[in-house]
Design a protein around this ligand. Structure first.
Ligand SMILES: Nc1nc2c(ncn2[C@@H]2O[C@H](COP(=O)(O)OP(=O)(O)OP(=O)(O)O)[C@@H](O)[C@H]2O)c(=O)[nH]1
Ligand SMILES: [Mg+2]
Length: 170
């Protein structure tokens, strides 16, 4: 199981749509996704995965804010074998978005789960220049998506994580 996690409006649902050929709701608004969505996806290696789109959040002052209509547990992330942390390449606050994402994941005891970082929306005119090691994607143009799948596949090369019934990794 691979989970897309990050700030609201960074393009998590759009990435799932682009990768899986789906049409789940995506929109230029805060808190577009109110429920997680899971879809099957076959990696180029033939490995079949479940890709999970999660609800977004944002930070205001020292508080993390979720939509009042969503279930802000992000428990799908705790079940994941790989977490893809998504930031917005067109947003000057991308590094801060990732820091808040790390805090949220830390509060869910997800530190031991392999994590990838993706700067999405790299097609945007204001996309900032990043370290060449950072994975850039565009759900709109498809740029970087094969590389994202290849990286996720490499992270999944080991045996799947086992979970107890409450979701804790064993
Ligand atoms: N230019 C550009 N726009 C994108 C890209 N990915 C997503 N968008 C747009 O960004 C907006 C937000 O996309 P979503 O996929 O709904 O974002 P999200 O992260 O799922 O947001 P929440 O569900 O609120 O957490 C939409 O208007 C998308 O069309 C991209 O790679 N490039
Ligand atoms: Mg969404």
């Amino acid at each position: 199981m691979v989970a897309l996690v990050g700030y609201t409006n960074v393009g998590k649902s759009s990435l799932l749509n682009a990768l899986c050929g789906e049409q789940i709701f995506e929109a230029d608004m805060l808190f577009a996704t109110l429920d997680p969505t899971a879809r099957k996806l076959v990696l180029p290696s033939g490995l079949q995965i479940i890709l999970v789109d999660t609800v977004g959040f944002l930070s205001a002052g020292c508080r993390t804010i979720w939509s009042r209509r969503s279930n802000p547990t992000l428990e799908e992330a705790a079940f994941a074998d790989v977490i893809i942390k998504v930031a917005d390449a067109g947003d000057a606050q991308a590094a801060e978005q990732l820091a808040v994402t790390d805090e949220v994941l830390g509060s869910l005891d997800c530190e031991s789960i392999p994590q990838l970082v993706v700067y999405n929306k790299c097609d945007m005119a204001n996309a900032v220049a990043f370290d060449p090691d950072i994975l850039l994607t565009s759900a709109k143009t498809g740029c970087g998506l094969p590389e994202l799948l290849a990286k996720a596949g490499r992270c999944l090369a080991g045996p799947p994580r086992a979970h107890d019934r409450a979701g804790a990794a064993l």
